[in-house]
Design a protein around this ligand. Structure first.
Ligand SMILES: *Cc1c(COP(=O)(O)O)cnc(C)c1O
Length: 239
């Protein structure tokens, strides 16, 4: 199966899930997660109509970036847009702001402050999402819903004028049984609703959730952006 075939199949599944859930198809965007895949794969997806990509490592994306610029995908209409969807160390904030169009996994106040300063230096306004960790799994990044730091970050964001909060993202634990994943998606939406009420000045429209194996359930539970790698690009080589 080619990348174009895979995209067509994902698109079909998204459309049928939206119909079933009574949601307009354009209420949920598709992000192609291209981490570990070469620039050629990104260009192939772009040629098939994809404009939104996710990468999770600064160094890896830095190595691909020049090839993408040279191929002109940031000069198309609409231009390609690449989001950082992985944990970002604060000391890589400057490089990340130079490279990425948005940071979708902000998981600390310190990182937000670094990103704001880097964006201000570059006269950029940077869209961000806050990553929420809904399960106690040690390996996951993100702020817990009841973390004091989440409150502190939300209080501080209006002062970090070069950051534009758009919403929340989460990666639930893997489960074969999608009904075990559903509560996490529902919980993120409920958290968003209650935070939006507590912080009427903030924009929290975006709910970024759902990957290759669980995106249908995520859409049923209100996802506005699914991030899909394997179902588009095939299996990732082990690192
Ligand atoms: C790798 C990754 C994905 C893609 O996962 P697939 O199962 O390959 O679709 C989605 N979201 C995040 C945050 C990721 O790190």
């Amino acid at each position: 199966m080619s990348i174009a075939d895979n995209l067509a199949r994902v698109e079909e599944q998204m459309a049928s899930t939206c119909r079933r859930a009574g949601r307009p198809r354009d209420s949920v965007r598709l992000m192609a997660v291209s981490k570990t895949h070469p620039p050629e794969s990104i260009l192939e997806a772009h040629a098939a109509g994809m404009h939104l990509f996710g990468e999770n490592r600064v160094q890896e994306y830095a190595e691909k970036h020049a090839a993408l610029v040279a191929a002109g995908i940031f000069a198309t209409q609409p231009p390609a847009s690449v989001h950082c969807i992985g944990h970002l160390q604060s000391n890589k904030a400057v490089r990340a702001v130079q490279l990425f169009d948005a940071i979708d996994a902000v998981d600390s106040l310190r990182l937000a402050e670094r990103l704001h300063h880097a964006a201000a230096e570059l006269s950029k306004y940077l869209p961000i999402l806050i990553e929420i960790k809904l399960s106690p799994e040690e390996s996951k990044h993100g702020l817990a819903p009841d973390a004091v730091e989440l409150d502190a970050l939300l209080e501080k964001l209006p002062d970090l004028a070069h950051l534009e909060l758009r919403g929340l993202m989460t990666v639930p634990p893997y489960a074969d049984d999608l009904e075990q994943v559903r509560p996490y998606f529902r919980q993120l939406r409920q958290l968003r609703d209650s935070l939006a009420q507590q912080h009427p000045r903030l924009t929290l429209d975006e709910l970024s959730m759902g990957m290759s194996h669980d995106f249908s359930v995520a859409i049923e539970e209100g996802s506005t952006m699914v991030h899909i790698g394997t179902a588009i690009f095939g299996a990732r080589p082990s690192r």
